[in-house]
Design a protein around this ligand. Structure first.
Ligand SMILES: Nc1ncnc2c1ncn2[C@@H]1O[C@H](COP(=O)(O)OP(=O)(O)OP(=O)(O)O)[C@@H](O)[C@H]1O
Length: 494
């Protein structure tokens, strides 16, 4: 739909944009990225015909833009320039209506139903209908921006050129605007070229990205191809980390501040844990990098509060995560900083130990209930009962991603060995159990101090995790059994 070949141009003699070539297919979105002054707006002005090119060509629908009359071009291309500070004294309705001028046959031609519908639809899409009769000079920057996007949409041109359309918009309106434009591209075949400052928004919404650097193309391709850590760091001269969006497979970048903010050194000790009949709680004072299979906030994250909550043996709920969230909220834990597990075992019986280097130990905490022990190798079908081994491994050190996962494997193997040593049997199969059906594991690290690249069983860290989880689990099983024996003897927990 849009074909740009070796486009060069700028202001006066010096070209600002140099030999830029790309194509945009109908129904797709191209995002233009690049540092300040890299030539993004200049390129967009050349595509809009506002700035003549020194050399090269821009074709729309197979025809050079110079071949279109002004009005015919406006029927093909709608443009949203960078938001201007000054606004004219027009109402929202009048401003959006201006978008219809390329469809008017002559100066005195009548306003048609199609014009009215297009204006109404565009105002609705941008959520500005309620300001219909407000003069735009009295509106906020974000509100005005939405009015100008509505004007461009009312134009109903097959090509839309946008310069920083989300400028001034809050996150809800950014989402609404880009969702609308994306829908127009996918459903109605709109071709969109948009300048973005926000690399992450561009990655989420665009099919392809064009990364500009000093007026030239630094990269052109899918978001996966363009959003590369090294490329971003070189072009923007900023320290970044690239990773995938948590919900959809699109790359996102995060800035790395120069000073290690929030990385005050803390040493986690056994004495930082508080244990009651209600829950085990570790308040680490600083967020710890964590991977877990917890009920609340499972997966990867940074957390300060670690909770292992006691629930009754008959605990049942349709949505354990939501129930846990409510409980945490009512109990006063900050939800964004807390990761939480649950257990039917007695939390007072938690076994907590320090292993490895005494000045920066690996702290392990285990609660065990093995009434529901399972031999994982036999895959027998069974009912699920409460009875869980919850294991926390807290490392005073810096773990690589690999070490995080290896630490989980090492801990699981050590737990299975403790089950074997303590001769915990699967009641269904009569064989030695390897765990229970609802076990949970958490590994956290301060990410300061000693670097641990690996945590396999022969590494220093692996040895501390292996022996520590084994000892703590075996002791937790013994405590559980003593409780059970007391219960069986007296008919109640002692
Ligand atoms: N009207 C103008 N006259 C002369 N030079 C200009 C004009 N507009 C922009 N420039 C220069 O062209 C270069 C590229 O500017 P442009 O606005 O295209 O960059 P950009 O990538 O859009 O930047 P930003 O991210 O800051 O909006 C800059 O060095 C700028 O100073």
């Amino acid at each position: 739909m849009l074909d740009v070949k070796r486009l060069t141009g700028g202001y006066g003699g010096t070209p600002v944009v140099r030999s830029v070539s790309f194509k945009v297919e109908a129904g797709t979105m191209l995002g233009i990225l690049g540092p300040n002054g890299s030539g993004k707006s200049t390129l967009l002005k050349m595509l809009s015909g506002l700035l003549p090119a020194d050399s090269g060509s821009v074709e729309i629908g197979g025809k050079p833009i110079s071949g279109y009359s002004r009005k015919a071009f406006a029927r093909q291309v709608a443009v949203l320039p960078q938001l201007q500070a000054d606004a004219f004294s027009h109402t929202v309705y009048q401003t959006v209506s201006l978008g219809r001028y390329p469809h008017q046959a002559g100066l005195f031609a009548g306003w048609t139903d199609a014009d009215e519908r297009a204006v109404q639809k565009a105002m609705d899409q941008m959520g500005v209908t309620k300001y219909r009769d407000t003069e735009i000079e009295f509106m906020s920057g974000g509100e005005r921006q939405r009015v100008f996007v509505a004007q461009a949409l009312a134009q109903e041109a097959p090509v839309l050129l946008l310069d920083e359309p989300t400028n001034h918009l809050d996150i809800a309106h950014q989402q609404q605007l880009l969702d609308t434009i994306r829908r127009q591209a996918t459903q109605n075949g709109l071709t969109v070229v948009s300048v973005f400052h926000d690399v992450n928004l561009a990655s989420l919404y665009c099919d392809r990205l064009l990364l500009m650097n000093r007026g030239e193309v630094a990269a052109l391709g899918t978001p996966d191809e363009v959003i590369d850590e090294q490329k971003m760091e070189t072009v923007y001269a900023a320290r970044v980390r690239a990773g995938m969006h948590p919900e959809i497979p699109k790359p996102q970048i995060t800035l790395l501040p120069a000073n290690e903010m929030g990385h005050e050194k803390v040493i986690i000790r056994k004495s930082d844990f508080s244990v009651s009949g209600e829950y085990v709680h570790l308040d680490s004072r600083m967020p710890l990098k964590t991977v877990s299979s917890a009920v609340y906030r499972a997966g990867a994250g940074w957390f300060r509060h670690f909770v292992n909550r006691k629930v009754g043996a008959a605990y049942i709920t349709d949505d354990a995560e939501a129930e846990m969230r409510n409980w945490l909220h009512e109990t006063g834990f900050p939800l964004t900083q807390t990761v939480a597990m649950m257990t039917a075992a007695m939390t007072e019986d938690a076994v907590i130990g320090e292993y490895g280097p005494p000045d920066a130990p690996i702290v392990i905490c285990v609660t065990a209930g093995v009434g529901n022990a399972v031999d994982a190798s036999l895959g027998a079908s069974r009912d699920v009962y409460a009875g869980t081994i919850n294991t926390w491994v807290i490392v005073n050190g810096h773990l690589s991603e690999e070490a995080m996962i290896q630490g989980m494997i090492t801990a699981t193997e050590a737990k299975a060995k403790a089950m074997q040593t303590e001769q915990v049997l699967d009641p269904l199969t009569g064989t030695v159990a390897t765990g229970t059906s609802t076990d949970s594991l958490l590994i956290s690290a301060t990410q300061t101090g000693i670097c641990y690249p690996y945590a396999g069983t022969v590494t220093e860290l692996g040895k501390a995790i292996g022996s520590g989880v084994f000892e703590c689990t075996a002791e937790a099983i013994r405590r559980y059994r003593r409780r059970k024996a007391d219960l069986d003897g007296s008919g109640r927990w002692s």
